[in-house]
Design a binder for this molecule. Structure first.
Ligand SMILES: [Zn+2]
Length: 176
């Protein structure tokens, strides 16, 4: 990251203690452009928000990719807090107050999804739900090893998201 700027010991909006660190910086992302990164993290209550925003104004966008190899794990993904990430038959990551924006790769997205499924499975006593979770985790592992294909779609009305690969299919997103 270029010129990261950090301000420490700020008041936290959640716990009100002065343990909040604000971070701001920018990165140049090939085929996407200059992107601002912003985050706030409280070391006391673990409050954390983060977001990304392209320097250039972007159009609402819908991008789809089919993951088919281990190499695809390295494909860069920019996901803003406004993005909806759809993985058919597995999960949908929706925007909301707890939604963060970040720069990651396909592997990072899948790891987050795995973590989400694991947490849900740990929290339930329902045997069927646990069984279903184990099945999904197995499927995700096969995808990560390149043994199974998987489609991922990102829709972002703010345009601040992208799956950066020549395999990506881009369509215009109609904003209601
Ligand atoms: Zn706090």
């Amino acid at each position: 990251m270029e010129n990261p700027e950090t301000i420490e010991k700020q008041p936290c909006p959640m716990c009100k203690t002065k343990n909040l660190t604000m971070m701001e910086g920018e990165v140049e992302i090939p085929f996407f452009g200059k992107t601002f990164i912003f985050s706030m993290t409280c070391s006391n209550c673990k409050y954390h928000i983060a977001d990304v925003e392209a320097a250039e104004q972007k159009e609402p966008v819908k991008q789809t990719i089919e993951i088919s190899s281990e190499d695809d794990m390295k494909i860069r993904v920019v996901k803003s807090s406004q993005a909806i990430v759809k993985i058919p038959h597995i999960t949908t990551i929706t925007p909301g107050p707890a939604s963060n924006g970040y720069i990651t790769n396909i592997e990072g997205i899948l790891r987050r999804v795995k973590h989400q499924i694991e947490t849900l499975a740990d929290d339930t006593e329902d045997k069927d739900k646990k069984k279903k979770a184990r099945k999904l985790l197995k499927k995700l592992n096969r995808v990560m090893w390149g043994d199974e294909k998987l489609k991922i779609t990102i829709e972002d009305p703010s345009g601040n998201s992208a799956i950066i690969s020549d395999k990506t299919q881009t369509t215009k997103l109609k904003v209601k």
